[in-house]
Design a protein. Sequence first.
Length: 256
Amino acid sequence: MKNPNDEAADIYDTIYEPYINKKITAAEVRLSTSHIGKGTVLDVACGTGRHIIPLAKKGYTVVGVDSSRGMLSVAMKKLKRNGLTASLIQSDIDSFKAKNKFNGIVCFWNAINEIALNEKAALKLAKLFHRLLHEHGKAIIQFWNIKTMNFSKNIFTSEISKNNRKYKTTYRILSYNPTTHVSHDEETIEMIESGKRKKKIAARYVHKWWTVAELRKIFKQAGFSVNFCDMHGSKNVTQERIYLVAEKAIRTGKRR
């Protein structure tokens, strides 16, 4: 089955630039490197490689995994353009196999909200991360702060202009369950040139909007010590983006 991101891969960085720009990416890379020593990093749902490139430049050995062939193709072009190397693997994280363990795992841009749609799936993911990490290895996972979300406003729009083209993105929340915090959403991307629509891409998604308490419980159960921060490392987690920093505990040690 074709991944919904394949068709939008070539324009992905443009249409989402306000949310995944260089300033945000640089902050997330600084947060990652402050917790992960030199070594190997697994980038889960790596997309077009916005974290792979700066991490590779800093000397990390990076493996990127994503289910979208189109997104990985863009990431590979970026690597070649920068004279860098990384292993890019097309796979769902559930099917991902690794021969060696990692010093760190990063999972950004709210990917966990699409990967893990319930507690069972989240615990399975947390246990997988635990198996994939060296002792004291860390997983850094970004998710949206549900307290900043307005689910009653069911439509969000943005417009970006670049190279004489306008990209209009419309995001609709079709349904939201306040008990399970699961939403069914639809996204439409329109490319407009000279006043005429040249391309339209539409896709539907399901998201689970996790809370701090839920993820703390799940990752502790999987064997991690857990902390939360914003992208700058502050313990203040009232921001729109929250970062879970989960450290693989020593087997003989006491979980915190």
